[in-house]
Design a protein around this ligand. Structure first.
Ligand SMILES: Cc1cc2nc3c(=O)[nH]c(=O)nc-3n(C[C@H](O)[C@H](O)[C@H](O)COP(=O)(O)O)c2cc1C
Length: 217
């Protein structure tokens, strides 16, 4: 008898998913996940659809003083981008990761394969989302950020990323100090296009109204 869960009614999980919310960094504090909890979070992260079983992602964890060391590198990299940066700005960069007890960087690392790189990169996004959900289910707040340093060549070099690798996100995790506000959510009806031949109109109402429609010809 398999212990896999693939179709089990779970109204509590449905309510959780319907109301899930990221927590702004300024509302996160100590404590962070324990070592066991971190293992659980990463295990759930890797339990993600992945075409071809390529495991095209890996992690860097930032806890304790590693957060400060990375922050020092952020300040140096920022100063290279902006030599006029104020001491306050550089100090903010130094403290960036210190704002929460745990940060997980998810690195998208597509393999040499017939599986399209796009599909492998999508899988890295699914890893990030699973990490958010796992952190929430353990009682932690989380926020998936990329920010400037995910795209900075000096930071990429520091992390020794290969050319084909990309940072899918830095997931900031901590204990919520207070409840976050809701953010705007889309009107589901406007996202659904029931006519699959309606390519010229690109379908949904938001597209027709010009909201979030970036592919206009
Ligand atoms: C790939 C990715 C990168 C993001 N990077 C940033 C960022 O750099 N800065 C930011 O303020 N929000 C960023 N966000 C948005 C935050 O995750 C945001 O808090 C979140 O989308 C809130 O929505 P939720 O409550 O439904 O999770 C990013 C989201 C994604 C998916």
């Amino acid at each position: 008898m398999s212990d896999l869960i693939y179709a089990r009614k779970n109204p509590q999980l449905i309510q959780t998913l319907l109301r899930r919310r990221s927590v702004p960094i300024k509302l996160l504090g100590d404590p962070g996940p324990t070592a066991d909890e971190l293992k659980t979070i990463l295990s759930i992260g890797t339990r993600t659809p992945d075409h071809g079983k390529l495991f095209p992602w890996w992690f860097i964890t930032f806890e304790g003083e590693k957060r400060a060391r990375f922050g020092d590198a952020l300040a140096v990299a920022w100063q290279k981008r902006d030599p006029q940066a104020t001491p306050e700005k550089l100090d903010d960069e130094r403290k960036r990761l210190m704002r929460v007890p745990l940060v997980i960087a998810v690195i998208s690392s597509p393999r040499e394969s017939t599986i399209p790189v796009w599909e492998q990169e999508l899988s890295a996004g699914a890893v990030c989302q699973n990490i958010l959900l796992a952190a929430n289910a353990l009682g932690y707040g989380a926020n998936w950020l990329t920010n400037w340093y995910s795209f900075d060549d000096n930071i990429r070099a520091l992390m020794n990323l290969r050319d084909h690798e990309k940072i899918a996100g830095f997931i900031y995790i901590g204990t919520p100090l207070t409840a976050p506000d809701e953010r705007d959510r889309p009107d589901l009806a406007k996202l659904i296009n029931s006519d699959f031949t309606d390519a010229q109109n690109r379908g949904n109402a938001y597209a027709k109204e010009g909201l979030g429609f970036v592919n206009k010809k």
